[in-house]
Design a protein around this ligand. Structure first.
Ligand code: F6R
Length: 623
């Protein structure tokens, strides 16, 4: 949700900023811009559209200078136009500011500024109002001050004073033409990380923007301000106290975030799943004790045994993983589980018993709604754990413990490998809680065996990519698609529909198979295929009834099933995708993968921009 990159050093800033923005483009791609200070004035280049457009503009009109800020936008206030692209300037035209987040009270601030004196706003954004506010406070305080060190302190102070008036969220970076080699940043609710280099420093929304230059990072906390120079930085709080933060090593390298030979990140990430699933289990299975070992939960066996209820919360794909988790944990541990949309959970008063354990599930660890849910749960005094991929994220840091996915960076906007890692981790949690209750050693062993067999079975599915591509190509004329599944595979129907919607822009719905006859069947027609996720399990015959109901109404049928199911569906389903047989418990990890591939290949056949689907952004840091 918007990406920020700042650089101060001895190299030309433009290529560093552009390269960083390219790596952050997954956060938003409505417009892009840079502000680079050249001598005593700020040069800005910005335009609607992608970074490629900005690169072209900068090739035609270079902006020299060794420090600057930049931004890639996911529009909130104001349309994605050149005028609304960041950076925005203050009234003097000397202060440039980029912002990720939402200033909720921008209208009041704007009205107050206009009452106090002339302010010319050229955009519809909340950000420009903030730039004017900071600029005005700075200009008022700097009158008559000649000491350049004082100017730096006054600029930090101006930002602090302005932010004390702001209601909303922000990740901010700003520069001022009169203050050389100096960037100020701040965060509240939108991530900001400082990259510490040698004689150069960086600011970014995400380390992937700067990892090619440094792996030393300082993760800012909410209400931190940071003054960044070439050879030093100083962190202080919104209240004005000096802060000290440890420098952490980024756990991945620039190499890890390359696309390699894959045409898209999404395909690369789908193909990484044998490894990412293995990494989600690595060191966490105890074959001797037939259980899972999850030390990161920070809970004693007695505390784990006392858990009486589990709440799983998240958004989008993470929520769907939670829905699979509900089936898993209830089946394995016999503990009641509720899955809550994070956005709903945080604003409604869900009755919570004192023995409720809450898990916030989030790949990025920065999703505003999930973070809000985590904070609300903690505020109420509940132990709240995270299931995150980004180890340095706010959710990972603010939770009472948790389980990291270790899936590696996920760049494709459509989540794939994070989903399977989340499901595997929820299986481990179910196994651990189950083994503390009624699950026998034999049952524990068989779940471990099922989990351990997953990477190889995923490899087998990936080998079918070309075959799935051929199936997908048959449906380029479809007007939409319906997805159905039962039990563990019902959330897979939801997830498959979400994947399809996101990257093909086709209308898609997921439902429990049996719901078909309660209304959805009215949609069935020859142009609207139905996808049934129907392995040959205990509910196969029930799925079969629903398949027949669609067939009777001339709806095309695609089935994802196992070999024995395929034999029974021959001549009934139009297309059959066969996954390896496996225990019901792990089946959702297998059934989702052909459907990720199906959505991917259909999107490519339709000419869609798979890694950057329209209107979307990865890491949704606004509400
Ligand atoms: C779907 C997708 C989104 C995310 C959701 C939560 O492909 O990517 O639905 O799953 O925005 O994101 P995280 O997991 O980062 O909290």
């Amino acid at each position: 949700m918007c990406g920020i990159v700042g650089y101060v050093g001895r190299a030309e800033a433009a290529p560093i900023l552009l390269d960083g923005l390219r790596r952050l483009e997954y956060r938003g791609y409505d417009s892009a811009g840079v502000a680079i200070v050249d001598g005593d004035h700020v040069e800005t280049r910005k335009c609607a559209g992608r970074i490629a457009g900005l690169s072209k503009l900068m090739a035609e009109h270079p902006a020299p200078g060794t420090y600057g800020i930049s931004h890639t936008r996911w529009a909130t206030h104001g349309k994605p136009t050149d005028q609304n692209a960041h950076p925005h300037f203050d009234e003097s035209g000397k202060l440039a500011l980029v912002h990720n987040g939402v200033i909720e009270n921008y209208q009041q601030i704007k009205d107050a500024l206009l009452q106090e004196g002339p302010h010319h706003f050229t955009s519809e954004t909340d950000t420009e109002v903030l730039a004017h506010l900071v600029g005005k406070i700075y200009d008022d305080s700097a009158v008559g001050v000649v000491d350049p060190r004082r100017h730096k302190a006054l600029l930090v102070e101006a930002l602090r004073t302005a932010l004390q008036q702001v209601i909303g969220t922000y990740g901010i970076a700003l520069v001022h033409a009169d203050i050389p080699d100096f960037i100020v940043g701040a965060r509240r609710g939108s991530p900001l990380v400082l990259g510490v280099g040698k004689d150069e420093n960086f600011l970014a929304s995400d380390v992937s923007a700067i990892v090619a230059h440094t792996r030393d990072a300082v993760y800012l906390n909410d209400f931190d301000l940071v003054a960044v120079e070439r050879d030093k930085f100083e962190i202080s709080s919104l209240a004005g106290e000096r802060g000290s933060h440890a420098i952490s090593k980024v756990e991945f390298t620039a190499e890890d975030i390359k696309k390699g030979d894959y045409p898209h990140y999404m395909l690369k990430e789908i193909f990484e799943q044998p490894g990412s699933v293995r990494d989600a289990m690595r060191g966490r299975l105890s074959v001797e004790e037939c259980t899972a070992k999850l030390g990161g939960l920070n809970m004693t066996p007695a505390q784990l045994r006392d858990v009486g209820r589990v709440v799983l919360t998240g958004c989008g794909t993470a929520l769907h993983a939670g829905m699979v988790g509900e089936y898993l944990i209830e089946q394995l541990a016999h503990i009641p589980v509720e899955v809550e949309y994070a956005s709903e959970f945080r604003h409604r008063n869900t009755p919570m018993t004192t023995d409720t354990l809450v898990f916030a599930i989030s790949q990025s660890g920065e999703t505003a709604d999930t973070l809000g849910a985590l904070r609300e749960s903690k505020r109420k005094g509940h132990r709240t754990l995270g299931i995150c991929n980004n180890v340095a994220s706010t959710i990972a840091r603010e939770s009472d413990g948790g389980v990291y996915m270790h899936a590696g960076p996920e760049i494709g906007v459509a989540a794939t490998k994070s989903f399977t890692s989340q499901v595997v981790i929820l299986t481990l949690i179910g196994l651990l809680l189950g083994r503390m209750r009624h699950l026998s050693t034999a049952e524990g062993s068989s779940i471990i065996a099922a989990l351990e067999s997953l990477p190889e079975k995923i490899e087998q599915i990936l080998k079918m990519s070309d075959q799935i591509k051929e199936v997908a190509k048959k449906y380029v004329k479809a007007t939409g698609m319906l997805f159905f599944g039962r039990q563990f595979n019902f959330p897979i129907a939801l997830e498959a529909a979400l994947k399809l919607k996101e990257i093909t822009y086709l209308y898609a719905e997921g439902h429990p198979s049996a719901e078909l006859k309660h209304g959805v069947i009215a949609l069935v027609k020859p142009e609207l295929p139905s996808v049934f996720i129907a392995p040959d399990d205990a509910v196969f015959s029930k799925n079969m009834n629903n398949i027949e109901q669609v067939r009777a109404r001339k709806g095309p049928i695609i089935a994802v099933t196992t070999a024995s199911g395929a034999a029974k569906l021959k001549g009934i389903a139009d297309d059959i995708i066969t996954v390896p047989d496996a225990d019901d418990i792990v089946m959702p990890v297998l059934t989702v993968i052909p459907l990720q591939l199906f959505a991917y290949h259909l999107a490519v056949a339709l000419g869609r921009d798979v890694d950057k689907p329209r209107n979307l952004a990865k890491s949704v840091t606004v509400e």
